[in-house]
Design a protein around this ligand. Structure first.
Ligand SMILES: [Zn+2]
Length: 265
């Protein structure tokens, strides 16, 4: 892409205060923004830092003041790059209407899936996650979510984006429950035969937004402050910016144990 990457960003302002960056810059004027649904902004990803314009893999980044997310006590700047991916999980659970005490299954245990599982636990759910690699299973255990989903769940989150994951979601959802599609679908996927017999509610989730209680980014930051074990479990590697090439190689090798790799300028 013809931009500097990096949409999962934390850093210091000129005055020294530690912040995360909400990379989504909604237009604020289209019909969806006016309705309060900034994640559905008509301008799409072109205004997102690190995707449509220069992002955070740099020594300095200039952002709109509206994108500044002050960090709560208990969350260090070195862990706060996790705020953005976890906000995606918070958003997916809110979109899925998850309520306290519900059973939640997450299919896929990359950073997005683990973050969603942690958020569901923080939102007082009973959570199990389907993981592929040993390091992911270990991280899930550290976060306090169960392995190997079985039985029925009120809310099932697809954080894998494959046809097998969709089939698993349909298998795990209770009749009338919700399947939240949090993954990126790089290929077309088919749904299993007769999947509507359970009458599942299918909900798409894109990035993050806000509701009456605040923004998903703020909620994710509070969650990371409340549950410090999440950062410890999810950040498996740290590299200085000048070793970015090596960092990408490590990040690409999930089987070798990478979950989230942080670049530190
Ligand atoms: Zn808009």
């Amino acid at each position: 892409m013809p931009v500097t990457l990096g949409h999962e960003v934390a850093g210091h302002l000129d005055d020294g205060s530690a912040v995360a960056v909400w990379p989504l810059v909604a237009c604020g004027t289209c019909d969806r923004c006016t309705a309060g649904e900034v994640s559905q902004c008509r301008t799409g990803p072109g205004r997102v830092y690190g995707i449509g314009r220069d992002g955070g893999m740099a020594d300095e980044l200039v952002v709109d003041p509206a994108c500044i997310v002050p960090l709560p006590d208990g969350l260090g700047v070195g862990d706060a790059a996790l705020v953005e991916p976890i906000a995606c999980g918070v958003h997916a659970l809110r979109r899925g209407g998850m309520r306290s005490g519900e059973r939640v299954a997450v299919v896929g245990a990359g950073a997005i899936g683990l973050g969603a599982a942690a958020a569901a636990r923080w939102m007082d759910g009973s959570v199990d996650i389907a993981a592929r690699h040993p390091a992911q299973r270990q991280a899930a255990e550290q976060i306090g979510v169960g392995p190997d989903p079985g039985g029925e769940y009120d809310v099932v989150v697809d954080a894998a984006g494959t046809e097998a994951a969709i089939a698993k979601c349909v298998e795990l959802v209770r009749p009338g429950g919700t399947i939240t599609l949090l993954a990126s679908y790089w290929e077309p996927v088919a749904f299993p035969q007769f999947f509507t017999m359970k009458e599942p509610v299918l909900v798409g989730a894109n990035m993050h937004g806000r509701d009456a209680t605040g923004t998903d980014m703020e909620a994710a930051a509070r969650m990371l402050a409340d549950l410090p074990e999440v950062s410890r479990a999810m950040i498996t590697h740290r590299f200085p910016l000048e070793r970015a090439r090596e960092a990408f190689t490590v990040a690409a090798d999930r089987a070798a144990g990478a979950i989230k790799v942080v670049l530190e300028p």
